[in-house]
Design a protein around this ligand. Structure first.
Ligand SMILES: [Zn+2]
Length: 100
């Protein structure tokens, strides 16, 4: 079981939380101006990376607030958590894949 640190309540068991999909997906400012392909991309296309993934979680059985989690999808470990609305924190490993 994962131990997830809610930025507002502290560490709690995974059972108190619900997964809310990929984080930092911005809703289009004018959805009516999008064609079907752009709208489908907004609704369904996600990055699904192998490695650190920014996710949205909700402390459903606690404070009820949404927040963001950086989780390593390979090891299923939580790297960090941060309040919703804040940018994704930079990691020391960011950009190393492109440095080769
Ligand atoms: Zn909480």
């Amino acid at each position: 079981m994962l131990l997830i640190t809610c930025p507002h309540c502290g560490p709690r068991a995974e059972l108190e939380f619900s997964y809310g999909g990929e984080a930092h997906i911005a809703r289009p400012i004018d959805p009516t101006g999008l064609d079907d392909e752009a709208w489908a991309t907004f609704l369904y296309k996600r990055s699904n990376p192998k490695g650190v993934h920014a996710e949205r979680w909700r402390h459903l059985h606690g404070c009820g607030r949404f927040f963001n989690v950086l989780r390593d999808t390979i090891s299923d470990t939580i790297v960090t958590t941060y309040p919703a609305g804040q940018p994704r924190p930079a990691l020391p490993s960011d950009g190393k894949e492109n440095a080769r």
